[in-house]
Design a protein around this ligand. Structure first.
Ligand code: KIV
Ligand code: ZN
Length: 528
């Protein structure tokens, strides 16, 4: 990507679908990734890091689908510094209007000695080869010296200079383990700007993790030293404590333009809808007091504050909720609302549904409206999410169930599940409560052997007839998967969510069986 002509324009590089998606409980299927990528494009991010194509055939296909179908941003694929990774990433993004390959190699002494077992010279040689190979395939190549914040400054400058000579167009300086503090990190950027020949030909980028709660502060400090790309994720999701939160860094630049004098291409009114979409898709709730997009971010409880707000908003409010897309009033739909009103509201909530999905959504909406007087945005989001989850090649679908519960009696459940081959299979189980019995009955039919590590039920809105949402997280073969489902009946929502997670595990097993067997170095997949 050519550097923007405005020297004060910051490139927003979103890695929700790569660094974010790699974190436990945040995995998404291809349909969900595409939906999010469209939302990120509408938000105005400059670069979407769509995934790590060598990681699995599913990752490759998702990156390729995004490269083909999402227009506007640069589409980027991640690769380690080896030929197989780089070729796979370049193939995956090949059909994008503006493809980028992002190659990385660890440079810190800890990583060199214990992980890579490589000398400094070997690291430089591999980095140069990697950047050159990527440049043979695409014009736009980003290089990251992984764990840069803990790398000796002289060596970091050497690797980076060689990467520039080899043709890197963006140089990213990751604080992989969230070790940096603002003045230290800003100092690294300053040092590189002063000592690396040719650095002005490249965009300097920052990539921070939040282990010390400093990812946004570190990113902003680096921007004041001339970095012009910020790597971030929606809701700050990411490995361990997460990555720089997109909404926080963007709103800091926007709200304190007087101080930073920098701008982005983000349409801030999409921030809240995208945040909601991500948490609906992953089932990972945003903490109530999270800056910008948390439920309490604009709530004023104290009497003195409320009084001040009524007199003059700016007494206690530095941003307006509408600026980040929090709806001032919620449009309530009911059983007399038509298809058109529904379609418009769903689009306003940021959902990009096909006609078929919209038709099915309308039917579900009508069924819900028969059981529930008023339908709020949160209900519509839940229904729209159902549509995005549905029809993704599930092995099993719920035909029906019964469950009994009561004090003193043993609880039991019976299920009928439809297999994708069309047959309906039934079984029953007893358990420790109706949900336990239901999950066991599903296991008996599907043969699933998963361990439930988290199970939650919540009401989507506040009213008595609210939709209930169930979330289930399971562990299988050392990996976690999560799914959610909604229904006015929480037991049914639980069965649907459990079945969805069982389906996800089954399709992952299938994908893993199809994994490529290229001779890929066994260096760990970056969780960083
Ligand atoms: O944190 C990190 O170092 C990374 C790299 C792959 C850029 O995510
Ligand atoms: Zn990272």
């Amino acid at each position: 990507m050519p550097a923007p002509t405005d020297p004060n324009r910051v490139i927003v590089f979103d890695t929700t679908l790569r660094d974010g998606e790699q974190s436990p409980g945040c995995s998404m299927n291809q349909g969900e990734k595409l939906e999010l990528a469209h939302a990120l494009a509408a938000l105005g991010v400059d670069v979407i890091e769509a995934g790590f194509p060598i990681a699995s055939p599913g990752d490759f296909e998702s990156v390729q689908a995004i490269a083909r179908q999402v227009h506007g941003p640069v589409i980027c694929g991640l690769a380690r510094c080896n030929p197989a990774d780089i070729d796979r990433a370049a193939d995956a993004v090949a059909d994008a209007a503006r493809p980028r390959v992002h190659v990385f190699l660890a440079t810190s002494s800890i990583h060199r000695e214990f992980k890579l077992k490589m000398s400094r010279d070997e690291v430089v040689r591999r980095a140069v080869e990697g950047v050159k190979r990527a440049r043979d395939r695409v014009e736009d190549v980003e290089f990251s010296p992984e764990d840069a914040a803990r790398t000796e400054l002289d060596f970091l400058a050497e690797v980076v200079e060689k990467a520039v000579e080899a043709g890197a167009t963006t140089l990213n300086i990751p604080d992989t383990v969230g070790y940096a503090v603002p003045s230290h990190y800003a100092g690294i950027i300053r040092h590189l700007k002063q000592h690396v020949r040719g650095i002005d030909r490249c965009v300097l980028s920052v990539h921070c993790h939040d282990d010390l709660g400093l990812a946004v502060a570190n990113s902003l400090a680096a921007l004041t030293e001339g970095a012009r790309q910020v790597e971030c994720t929606v809701n700050g999701i990411g490995e361990r404590a997460g990555n720089t939160s997109l909404e926080e860094v963007v709103m800091a630049l926007h709200t304190r333009r007087d101080f930073y004098g920098l701008s982005t291409g983000i349409d801030t009114r999409h921030l809240y809808p995208v945040s909601r979409k991500l948490s609906n898709v992953t089932g990972m709730q945003v903490q109530r007091n999270k800056a910008i997009v948390g439920q309490n971010a604009f709530a004023h409880e104290a009497g003195i504050h409320q009084d001040g707000m009524l007199k003059e908003r700016s007494t206690y409010e530095i941003m307006r909720p509408e600026d980040v897309g929090i709806p001032a009033t919620e449009l309530v739909l009911g059983k007399h609302s038509g298809r058109h009103a529904l379609k418009q509201r769903v689009a306003a909530l940021g959902y990009h549904l096909t006609d078929d999905q919209l038709n099915r959504l309308f039917d579900e909406f009508k069924r819900l409206a028969d059981r529930k007087k008023e339908i709020y945005d949160a209900d519509l989001e839940a229904l729209a999410e159902n549509q995005l989850q549905a029809g993704t090649g599930s092995v099993w679908a719920l035909e029906g169930f019964t469950s009994t519960a009561g004090t003193g009696s043993q609880t039991s459940a019976a299920v009928a599940l439809r297999h994708q081959d069309g047959s309906v299979r039934r079984d029953a189980a007893v358990g420790n409560g109706p949900i336990d019995a239901l999950f066991k009955a599903i296991n008996r039919v599907t043969g699933a052997q998963v361990k439930v590590v988290d199970y939650r039920v919540r009401s989507v809105t506040q009213d008595m007839d609210a939709l209930g949402e169930a979330q289930v997280e399971v562990e299988h073969a050392g990996r976690r998967s999560r799914a959610r489902a909604v229904s006015v009946d929480v037991v049914e929502a639980s069965a649907l969510a459990y079945l969805e997670v069982v389906n996800r595990v089954a399709s992952r097993q299938l994908r893993d069986r199809l994994k490529p067997t290229d001779n890929v170095p066994t260096e760990v997949v970056p969780g960083a």
